[in-house]
Design a binder for this molecule. Structure first.
Ligand SMILES: [Zn+2]
Length: 134
């Protein structure tokens, strides 16, 4: 079900609102970035995302194909969301960090479907052999 959630970094400097159906699926990935940051994402279209602080409250990190902007709070360093453009997933997107949502009950988090992506091998539609550590 489409719901509006609030998300924030640890210190609260970075905050946002997002309209997302988490039950439609969330994602974890074994790429070099996601595995080190333990990223747990859900993608939405940019119109479903409202940043409630200034983008200048974040630092932007890019790597690899440079198609994604990984946004970090300048104060606490937490990766609260990212955005970018990837043709294969429908163009412009915002990826929220599910772990940064403030108003989700543990029961709801525990019930969310997770797609494990083999991003390390540029094979996102398929899962890596081992997923339990992601
Ligand atoms: Zn912060």
């Amino acid at each position: 079900m489409l719901k509006t959630y609030r998300g924030s970094c640890h210190c609260g400097r970075v905050k946002y609102e997002v309209d997302v159906d988490l039950a439609a699926g969330t994602g974890r990935c074994n790429c070099t970035f996601c595995s080190k940051s333990r990223s747990w994402g859900a993608n939405v279209k940019p119109e479903a995302f409202r940043l409630l602080c200034e983008e200048t409250d974040t630092n932007d990190y890019q790597f690899g194909t440079m198609s994604g902007h990984h946004r970090f709070c300048k104060t606490c360093g937490l990766h609260a969301y990212g955005d970018g453009y990837v043709e294969q997933i429908g163009g412009a997107f915002v990826s929220i960090n599910v772990a940064c949502l403030d108003d989700v009950a543990p029961e709801e988090l525990a019930s969310l479907p997770i797609h494990y992506a083999d991003g390390l091998n540029y094979n996102w539609p398929n899962s890596p052999k081992i997923t339990s550590y992601l």
